[in-house]
Design a protein around this ligand. Structure first.
Ligand SMILES: *Cc1c(COP(=O)(O)O)cnc(C)c1O
Length: 374
């Protein structure tokens, strides 16, 4: 068995004809930048998400940066961000001269909550960036209520949760990334909707904000050679858009395939005392960008080595709290957030992807169970 963390190749084999035709069409047209393929994918993603405006861009990190630039945030403004996330979320805050206020996360959802945000608010808070980590939404309904009350913006970092649903208290649902003022996503190849190169997008239901973001992503340009604000150059290329157009049609089926793997893992591992399986929150569906366990007896690293010896890859997302990274030393005086510290020592992500077989899944569970039986 050749178990992989992500299997982009086998997935490609199944959609090869469609993808190859899409790529060839772009090359035939030579409309490499902002061609019809980009416009078509933008419209398809708007329809899928039920979002008023989608702005495609070069990658998920740019998407976050463009969002913060379009909101007109100024040096000294505080932006609340979880300390337990990928570096990109906090990096762009520092890059723009804003002040990252790193907060702890909830140990069950791995995400920030309304309570955590409320406790970190100051008169300088201008923005909050919840991350929908591992494929599950943060508790956005409460965070948005607080935002309305206190007057700050919310940007959902939805790089890991595209396709999941937010479930409101009244039972209504919206696609992840469309609940806050702005949602940002990444089409990095291993993400749930992955391109065959870099890509990203922003979404909003506010047309004015959409127009600002479109301008920022295109040199602050209102019309050609007229520049109203300082922007940047961040484009999704047409070939990637053509690939994403094909893959978007399969996104729901890809989400279901991941959920099936997660259900199988849950069932096999729920009774292992030393493990905590991922909690499914009642306000979100889970699209399992990662299947992340907590190892409770301090043997996480030992488990990782044992898996490797048995041919099973695994990953630690994330091993070091952001405030302990040297790059962030000048930007924060936080030195210890207890849940973040604990999670960095306890989490381990098992292989999960759309092409994973029942046999592969069973084998991973056997090896994990064996490890704790010895
Ligand atoms: C992948 C990721 C990003 C960055 O996306 P890129 O396309 O690699 O720039 C940002 N935030 C989170 C949470 C991510 O997982």
């Amino acid at each position: 068995m050749n178990i992989q963390m992500v299997d982009v190749k086998s997935q490609y084999q199944k959609i090869k004809t469609e993808v190859d035709a899409g790529i060839q069409e772009v090359i035939n047209s030579c409309a490499f930048i902002n061609g019809p393929a980009v416009k078509k994918f933008k419209a398809s993603l708007e329809a899928y998400l039920g979002a008023e405006v989608v702005i495609p861009c070069a990658n998920g990190t740019d998407a976050l940066q463009i969002a913060m630039m379009a909101l007109g945030l100024k040096p000294g403004d505080e932006v609340i961000v979880p300390a337990f996330t990928y570096v990109a979320t906090a990096e762009v805050i520092a890059l723009l001269g804003l002040t990252p206020v790193m907060v702890d996360v909830d140990p069950d959802s791995f995400n920030i909550t309304t309570e955590i945000v409320a406790a970190a608010l100051t008169p300088k808070t201008k923005c909050v960036v919840p991350v929908n980590l591992y494929g599950q939404n943060a508790e956005l309904e409460g965070i948005m209520e607080l935002a309305d009350e206190q007057g700050f913006y919310v940007i959902e970092d939805n790089a890991q949760a595209i396709g999941s649903d937010y479930i409101f208290k009244d039972g209504t649902r919206k696609k992840s990334g469309t609940i806050a003022h702005i949602g940002s996503t990444s089409f990095y190849p291993s993400k749930n909707l992955g391109a065959y190169g870099d890509g990203g997008a922003l979404y909003t239901n506010d047309p004015e904000l959409g127009e600002k973001m479109r301008m920022v992503a295109n040199h602050g340009q209102a019309k050609k050679y007229v520049h109203d604000v300082i922007g940047c150059n961040s484009r999704l290329d047409s070939i990637q858009a053509a690939i994403l157009e094909v893959k978007l049609k399969h996104l729901d089926e890809y989400c279901s395939a991941r959920q099936e793997v997660a259900d199988r893992y849950d069932l096999a591992l729920i009774n292992v005392d030393q493990l905590q399986i991922p909690k499914r929150m009642n306000y979100s569906t889970h699209v399992f960008h990662q299947y992340t366990l907590k190892v409770k007896d301090g043997r996480r690293d030992e488990l990782k080595s044992y898996l490797a010896e048995n041919g099973i890859p695994s990953m630690i997302y994330y091993p070091i709290p952001l405030y302990k990274q040297r790059a962030f030393k000048p930007f924060t005086n936080i030195t210890n957030l207890p849940i973040t510290e604990q999670l960095c020592k306890e989490v381990i992500s098992l292989p999960i992807h759309t092409e994973m077989s029942v046999e592969e899944c069973t084998y991973v569970c056997e090896v994990v169970t064996n490890f704790f039986a010895t």
